[in-house]
Write a protein that binds this ligand. Sequence first.
Ligand SMILES: C[S@@+](CC[C@H](N)C(=O)[O-])C[C@H]1O[C@@H](n2cnc3c(N)ncnc32)[C@H](O)[C@@H]1O
Length: 267
Amino acid sequence: MSTERPGWAPDDVDLDRPNAARVYDYLLGGSANFAKDREFAGRLLEIAPDAAKLARGNRAFLRRAVNYCLRHGIRQFLDIGSGIPTVGNVHEITQRTEPSARVVYVDVEPVAVAHTELMLAGNENAGVVRGELLEADELLGSEPVRRLLNLDEPVAVLMVSVLHFLGGNEPYGAVARYVDAMASGSYLVISHIAAEDSEEQSQARNLYQKDAVPIVGRTRAELAGFFAGMELVEPGVVWTPEWHPEASDVVVEPQLSRGLVAVGRKP
Ligand SMILES: C[S@@+](CC[C@H](N)C(=O)[O-])C[C@H]1O[C@@H](n2cnc3c(N)ncnc32)[C@H](O)[C@@H]1O
C-alpha cells in the first residue's frame, strides 16, 4: 500500500522508496521526509550511530567554505546537490554579510526543489533549478543561472556531499566542464565520502546500494582529481573537521568524520 501523500509533496515523488536527500534531511532533524526515509535512516543509524553528527559536521564545512569564499570576494554561488533546505542554507550565510550576494540552488530531487522554491519565494537574489549535476551545459544555460549569475565574474561552485552519488569517471568530465566555464578567481568546493575499508562503511554502502542509491567513496588522490587546473587552497584535501576549523564546531576526530573535503581556486 502506498504512503499517504502530503499536500507539499510533488506528484512525481516516489513515497515508497527511500531517497538520499530526504534521509539526509531526517538526519539533520528536518521534516521533509516520509516513513520509508525514516525507516532507512533508522537502519543506517544502527550501522553508523554517528551519521547525524557527521551530517552536521558536513553542514559546518559548508558554512566555513562559503564564508571563506565571501572573505575572498566571491559574491555569487552555484550550489549543486543543495538538498532540502535546512539550518544554514547558502543564501542565509551569504546574506548575513553580503545581502546582495546571489545564489542558485540545484537539485535533482523534486522534494528538495519544491521546498527550496517555497523558502525562496520573494527573494530576488536567489533561485532554484531542478537539474542533474552531470548535465553541466544544460545547468549552466538554465534560466536561474542566466538571470542570477554572471559567469564572466568569479563564482563559487559548491558540490557538497553529492559527488559520491556518482560513480565512475563521468563526474570528472562534468566537473571539468564547470571549471572550464568559471572565470579566473573562482572557487570549487567539494566534500565527499572517503574510500575506506571499515566494516561500518561497507555495511552502510550496502544499505544505500540495496534500498536507495549507490554510494562510492573516493581516495584523497581521486578527490584531488576533481581540481585539475585549479590551485588547492591550504590545507589541501583533508578530513572534514580539519578544513579551517572554528571553535564553535562540534568536535569530531578527523578520520571519524568519514568525509574528505577540499577547496580549489581557478588561477
Ligand atoms: C547528502 S545531500 C547534500 C545536501 C547539501 N549539499 C549538504 O551538503 O548539506 C545530497 C543531495 O544531492 C542531490 N543529488 C544527488 N545526485 C545528484 C545529481 N546527480 N545531480 C544533482 N543533485 C544530486 C540529492 O538529491 C541530495 O539532495
